[in-house]
Write a protein that binds this ligand. Structure first.
Ligand code: ZN
Length: 158
């Protein structure tokens, strides 16, 4: 059995007049993610972790923000495209562990919905995905509510 590990990170500024989308789930909030696509930082971190695990560049290379076709793009579509690359490389997901850093709103009420949406997008079961929510206790930009940060770690088997 072959094992491949990958890690991903993403940060998006938060701004008015944008939706807050985390793992493909729209969360009621006053501020949403700035970005060329829908700004789903969690999915972007997962995509980078998957691409890293198969040693295939990064999200910006595969889906360049300079390309107008990705403007306002639903990141769930990009995740599905990334999964096809993983399958093409003859790997499948063993498990994914993620951390979302967001000052507010608190994500506890949405965690299950986010996990089950990601599980269905990634074609894995709920025990193969974990999404943890943290705050930065008021420290730095994310702690002051100016940004959302996400980390993802993935283990592939082939
Ligand atoms: Zn991003």
């Amino acid at each position: 059995m072959k094992l491949r590990i990958g890690s991903g990170y993403d940060i998006h500024r938060l701004t008015g007049n944008r939706d807050l989308i985390i793992g493909g789930v729209k969360i009621p909030a006053h501020l949403g993610e700035e970005g060329h696509s829908d700004g789903d930082a969690l999915i972007h971190a997962i995509i980078d972790a998957l691409l890293g695990a198969i040693s295939s560049d990064d999200i910006g290379t595969h889906f360049p923000p300079s390309d107008p076709k990705y403007k306002g793009m639903d990141s769930q579509i990009l995740l599905k495209k990334t999964m096809s690359m993983v399958y093409q490389a003859e790997y499948s997901i063993n498990n994914i562990d993620c951390t979302v850093i967001l000052e507010k709103p608190k994500l506890l009420d949405y965690k299950q919905k986010i996990e089950s949406n990601l599980a269905s997008l990634l074609e894995i079961t709920l025990d193969q995905i974990s999404v943890k929510a943290k705050t930065k206790e008021g420290c730095d930009a994310s702690g002051k509510g100016l940004a959302i940060e996400c980390y993802a770690c993935v283990l592939l088997t082939g």
